[in-house]
Design a protein around this ligand. Sequence first.
Ligand code: UD1
Length: 375
Amino acid sequence: MKKYLKLILIVGARPNFMKIAPIISEIHKHNKLHRSSDIHIDHILVHTGQHYDLQMSDAFFQDLNIPAPNFNLEVGSASHAVQTAEIMVRFENICLQERPDWIIVVGDVNSTMACTLVASKLAIKVAHIEAGLRSFDRSMPEEINRIITDALADLLFTPSEDADQNLLREGIPKAKIKRVGNIMIDTLMSHIEKARHRKIHDQFGVKETNYIFVTLHRPSNVDNKSSLSIIMNHLGSISKRIPVIFPVHPRTSKNLSEFGLSKNPDTHQNMIICEPLGYLDTLGLVDKARFVLTDSGGLQEETTFLNIPCLTLRPNTERPITITQGTNQLASLETLDHDLISLANGNHKSGNIPALWDGQTAKRIIATLCAELGI
Ligand code: UD1
């Protein structure tokens, strides 16, 4: 008799989309390959609606060819408690209606944790992709989300050895931990040629390797007027030497206006400040940048893979492999000016691509899930 494995895949916020896209295409490949045998994977895609702007959500569905979600919970923005609670209430209904065998969550956003909590209490199994990352900084909401998700998950798909060690230290049984590599690199590898082909830097009027690409959205950098003002001043100064391209996240945009720091014609004339960009345009700009300044988790990994120097404006990172093996280095408000000048002068380390960042992670995940079920 044909066996059906029913999965619910969860996405909610911008960094989730590139992690779920390769899983969906691998499921399609699996079903095609095993058409005549007795294994079929059914999947339902749920979007919590944590991110909802065209450029924060729809643009990624288009660029990554992700089919429209089966359900959109439309939770929108709110405080952490309200957003988490709304996702839980609405997702519980979907679980009760659909009764999946497993849910698959990715990353560390509020949607990841909220859906994990719901499924665990309904005795639905949870697989977490990108498990085990730790910044050891509980002032980051993502760190709380990671700890809770990993404590409850039934299968923990990790990208690197440090992640395995973190989980073992927290008492997670070894049998639940599966090191499969970096899922985002699957998406990067399958889209890089398309991104390069667009030559997006030409559209921004900048030359290859002669601009700095910047993204900043962490509350610790952008929710405080004095920090954001220092950052904007340093960016203004460096942009007099090398143009700066800064697509602005809605959180940052709101704060720039509120703090009266929006584009200043005197200091910011060489800064290209624009709306958030889609996946392909971002990837294309990162690939040709002199260096990247960011506080994003994903960009630390993408720059390491592309061998582009990366300055991460944070006191810590949950992705230490990007520092020990890759092109990443941490910066603070105190070191930012010096670090920007130093990188502009070409002083940077070179890196290696970590093991299992090879475009095959989704394949390993689906194979592991099937093996767990004995199919
Ligand atoms: C969330 C994630 C963070 C991730 C980031 C990527 C959590 C706790 N945080 O942070 O880990 O790195 O997404 O972008 O899950 N807004 C819009 N339109 C949108 C989405 C948000 O205008 O489509 C505005 C709203 O004013 C909102 C603010 O941005 O209040 C922050 O959004 P939120 O989802 O709460 O957190 P992020 O800062 O985006």
